[in-house]
Design a protein around this ligand. Structure first.
Ligand SMILES: [Zn+2]
Length: 462
């Protein structure tokens, strides 16, 4: 009896001890969880160095363990703190009643509403988690970003005068910007021609060579556009006159002999319709390939150097006759039916077979390669987005990167590409638009529309 009682007592003590140990263990476990020391992490989109009138910065705060408890964003300028965001999150506030391990945020900096001045400022983003550390404040993480607030749009002053531009023709606009810009240039309708500095010692002066594509109307609107580093934009008009030009329409008869001779040159091209009839193959070359080749050629603008390599007028293939003009509208007739149309955006010049082709002016070769319908082609960068193109060559004598002087022989005429007989297809390009080469062959046009303008602005700066 007595013995049994003692056993029971011992048993009770053990239960209490085990119970206490269990509570202790749970307590330690809870403490380890609750007092976790892992800081939140913040992922934010890069804060721009310049912030405009209305900028939004987005990001998220992440805390893998106890979850985000609080977010705070403070904008600081001089000695003034402006609270942009303060938000608390309950530990079970998430959609699935669990801690908010990820809290996305979006901070709007509306300088006018906040009455913040232009000038340097900084932003501090802080996040706390639900840990019991730091007297239940939680682990804290901060991000600080310095930036410059700029709400003033750039000033644009157009320095060049009398902008007379023909349909299919070129022009030049010279302007000054009041501050460094992300992008600036001239809109001709929807076509944007970027301006670049580097011609004048004063880096605030920009040249934009412009073009009015041959298919654009006489009512095309033009203006200078600039966007500064903070995203503020300005536009400025200038006096211009659009002059009409009429272009020829030409019907070209496509013979089976031509198709038999030429189509085989393209059989290895991507997407070649091997099983289709000759008309479908013709359309593949004349439409699909033409578009693809033009896109490659007209994408060279950004490769142009901000230097004027050329001087005086551009040269024309010596002792040659013009076979087709710029912007001729071509109708293609096969078996008495019009099967396609296209605009001829260059001038065809024929001399003797395999005639040597001189560079029209000085520049840097950017392409010496086979380009589909253009065949063997050389493209020369003359600077500030102006290029000359020579195609259907039988052979090229230069390589990409070569510097050439005016009249250097760059290749020989031929029939490579979409050409029936030996000739040179010559084009001029302004940034991303084929322009009428006749203007660039004309010393008087160059003087009135380009060089006089360059000189006149130079003399204004002295
Ligand atoms: Zn041609």
């Amino acid at each position: 009896m007595f013995k049994q009682k003692g056993k029971k007592k011992k048993f009770k003590i053990w239960i209490i001890i085990i119970g206490l140990l269990l509570i202790l263990l749970l307590g330690i476990l809870a403490a380890v969880v609750k007092f976790e020391g892992e800081k939140p992490v913040m992922e934010i989109e890069p804060v721009p160095g310049y912030v405009g009138a209305d900028t939004t910065i987005t990001g998220k705060a992440i805390d893998r363990k106890s979850g985000i408890r609080k977010l705070q964003v403070v904008l600081r300028q001089n000695d003034r703190d402006e609270l942009l965001l303060e938000q608390e999150y309950l530990s079970d506030a998430g959609e699935e009643k669990s801690p908010r391990h990820q809290v996305p945020f979006s901070i709007q900096i509306d300088t006018r509403q906040l009455k913040i001045d232009d000038g340097p400022a900084s932003m501090q983003i802080s996040a706390w988690d639900h840990s019991w550390r730091h007297r239940f404040e939680g682990n804290r993480a901060d991000i600080e970003a310095d930036f410059f607030i700029d709400t003033r749009p750039p000033d644009i002053e157009v320095l060049s005068t009398s902008h007379n531009i023909y349909q299919g023709g070129s022009g030049l606009v010279i302007y000054r910007l009041s501050e460094v810009c992300d992008i600036s240039g001239v809109y001709v309708g929807d076509d944007f021609f970027p301006g670049r500095s580097g011609y004048y010692p004063d880096d605030d002066l920009y040249l934009a060579f412009i073009a009015l594509a041959s298919h654009h109307g006489r009512d095309t609107q033009m203006h200078v556009h600039a966007k500064d580093l903070a995203g503020n934009t300005s536009r400025r008009g200038f006096y211009y006159r659009v002059l009409g030009r009429s272009f020829k329409t030409d019907t070209i008869n496509i013979s089976d002999a031509f198709l038999n001779m030429k189509l085989s040159e393209f059989y290895a091209m991507d997407g070649w319709p091997a099983d289709a009839d000759m008309v479908a193959q013709f359309l593949f070359v004349n439409k699909t390939l033409r578009e693809k080749n033009n896109a490659a050629i007209l994408g060279l603008g950004p490769k142009s150097e901000p230097r004027i390599y050329w001087q005086n007028m551009f040269g024309r293939l010596p002792n040659s006759a013009q076979q087709a003009g710029f912007a001729d509208h071509r109708l293609y007739r096969y078996n008495g039916e019009i099967i396609d149309e296209a605009t001829h955006l260059g001038i065809d010049l024929a001399s003797v077979q395999q005639a040597p082709v001189p560079a029209a002016n000085a520049g840097r070769v950017v392409i010496a390669d086979y380009i589909g319908i253009y065949g063997n082609t050389v493209i020369i960068d003359h600077g500030f987005g102006l290029f000359s193109l020579y195609s259907h060559l039988s052979k090229t004598m230069v390589a990409s990167g070569d510097m050439v002087s005016k009249d250097d022989i760059i290749g020989h005429t031929g029939t490579s590409g979409w050409a029936g007989g030996d000739h040179l297809h010559f084009s001029m390009i302004v940034n991303h638009v084929f322009v009428n080469p006749v203007e660039w062959w004309d010393a008087s046009w160059i003087k009135h529309n380009i060089t006089d303008k360059l000189d006149s602005v130079a003399s204004q700066q002295e």
